[in-house]
Design a protein around this ligand. Structure first.
Ligand code: ADP
Ligand code: MG
Length: 451
């Protein structure tokens, strides 16, 4: 009952707090008890529980109530299993030893124990980022500062940063490694301002050996946080301490980020994680399957399923992983072999949403290329049969392969009326029944366009 309720509540919370916050703050929560109006959670660190209480406490309480489990208090206890970024109170020699509480020592975010170099699959799209991360993780003399990793959602930025932190802790347990998101940096800073402890804040951030700030695009447009970040950054670079930054785009492309920060960020090594390719996706799936085999013993995975997923789910690795998780859970629930058919059924929504979005322009270009006519002619007013037919083919494909309406399509075809488009689409539908050459053309074009 408890877990079922919590499952429902979590679903709701995704909608309330957004996917990213959900993954960071809600997903790691383990509901350990729910009774007498108190919900008790296991969390990785005290700081973590504190943050969730402050930021999401109301959401959690109200959702629990709607799910039929009214609570008036949330409690957070540090769980045994969780990993924490903070090395055991190692202070650089020569600094006056100040006693700090364990969670106050380094206010880092919890590290995900699964995000190591061992579990990171290397392929063409991420080999540079991986190599750079490895180099930093050796902890040798600082050669580039900062290391700036950027790339789209779910391509492994956070994974690599955690891997660096794990590795540094293993190799150099005395180093103070601080990993946190830019959002947490801001939160700590605002809290320090409010509590008039800015000096402590500064001292703390300047006392680390390695600072890692994830998703730095978050501080764009937040002026005082940027200012403080800039000073922290400079102080650490001057002291020859390693900095690792991630963002969803290149430094120069982050809007509302101060110029001086942009140029500072570009001073080190800037590497991007490219979108995954088929081989990398397949490699990641194969690695994850190894893990699932131990979890769900006896489940049979049919040939071709992984290849199918790697081919069809191209959005990002997080979605790919989610698909596999769901597939295994579903198959074990219904006690069936994991076949292509099962995958198609159980992942229909994911498969649909990761279908590539085709544009009318792409269709026009491909069609023009195929029939060897000029793109401008295809769109233009010429009424020659050799051009009019391909034009109708393009209209037909635009209607069937994109969600665009007839008037919208008309606009992309040189401002034609929607009745003209409808006529073209019908014409092709008719002809393809009798003209096998045309039917073949359409089939080929569809395949080319849908990858
Ligand atoms: P980002 O921070 O770039 O949005 P994450 O690092 O959170 O992405 O990665 C999303 C998920 O995909 C994580 O579970 C991560 O372990 C996984 N992942 C991404 N890239 C790889 C890879 N190359 N090998 C293994 N797992 C990966
Ligand atoms: Mg991330």
């Amino acid at each position: 009952m408890t877990n079922e309720t919590w499952g429902q509540v979590r679903e709701e919370l995704i909608k309330r707090v957004g996917k990213h916050n959900y993954a960071t703050w809600i997903e790691p929560l383990k509901l350990s008890q729910l009774k007498n109006g108190v919900a008790r959670f296991e969390v990785p660190t005290i700081f973590f529980g504190d943050w969730v209480q402050r930021n999401y406490g109301d959401h959690i309480r109200s959702q629990l109530s709607s799910a039929g489990a009214p609570v008036d208090r949330l409690e957070f206890a540090v769980g045994a299993a969780a990993a924490v970024a903070t090395p055991p109170a190692a202070k650089p020699a020569g600094k006056p030893a100040r006693s700090r509480g364990p969670d106050e020592d380094l206010p880092g975010a919890p590290l995900d124990a699964r995000f190591t170099f061992d579990t990171f699959v290397v392929g063409k799209p991420n080999e540079l980022a991986h190599a750079a991360a490895r180099r930093v993780a050796e902890g040798g003399p600082v050669t580039f500062n900062p290391l700036f990793l950027y790339g789209g959602v779910g391509l492994g930025k956070t994974h690599l940063m955690h891997a660096i932190a794990h590795e540094l802790q293993a190799r150099h347990p005395d180093r103070r490694v601080l990993y946190l998101s830019a959002e947490q940096f801001m939160y700590r800073f605002v809290q320090a301002l409010r509590d008039r402890q800015v000096m402590d804040f500064k001292e703390l951030f300047r006392s680390v050996d390695v600072l890692m700030v994830d998703d730095v695009q978050f501080i764009a447009g937040k002026d005082s946080t940027q200012e403080e970040f800039f000073h922290t950054f400079n102080a650490l670079v001057d002291a020859n301490k390693q900095i690792v930054i991630s963002a969803d785009r290149a430094p120069g492309e982050i809007k509302d980020l101060e110029e001086r920060i942009k140029s500072r960020l570009q001073c080190g090594l800037v590497v991007d994680l490219h979108p995954t390719d088929y081989e990398l996706r397949l490699g990641i799936l194969q690695q994850k399957v190894e893990f699932y085999r131990t979890q769900y013993r006896g489940l049979v995975l049919a040939d071709g399923v992984l290849e199918f997923l790697a081919h069809r789910i191209t959005t990002n690795v997080r979605v790919l992983e989610g698909a596999l998780t769901r597939l295994f859970a579903f198959a074990s629930l219904v006690g069936r072999e994991i076949t292509l058919e099962l995958a198609q059924d159980c992942l229909a929504d994911i498969l649909r949403s990761s279908d590539r979005k085709l544009t009318i322009e792409e269709i026009q270009r491909k069609v023009a290329e195929h029939y060897n006519v000029r793109l401008s002619d295809l769109i233009g007013p010429k009424r020659l049969r050799t051009i009019a037919r391909p034009r109708q083919v393009a209209m037909y494909l635009a209607k069937h392969l994109t969600p665009r309406s007839l008037p919208e399509i008309g606009r992309r075809f040189g401002g034609r009326d929607h009745t003209t488009i409808m006529h073209g689409v019908r014409k092709i539908e008719e002809l393809m029944l009798t003209d096998s050459q045309l039917a073949d053309d359409l089939q080929l074009l569809r395949r080319l366009l849908q990858g």
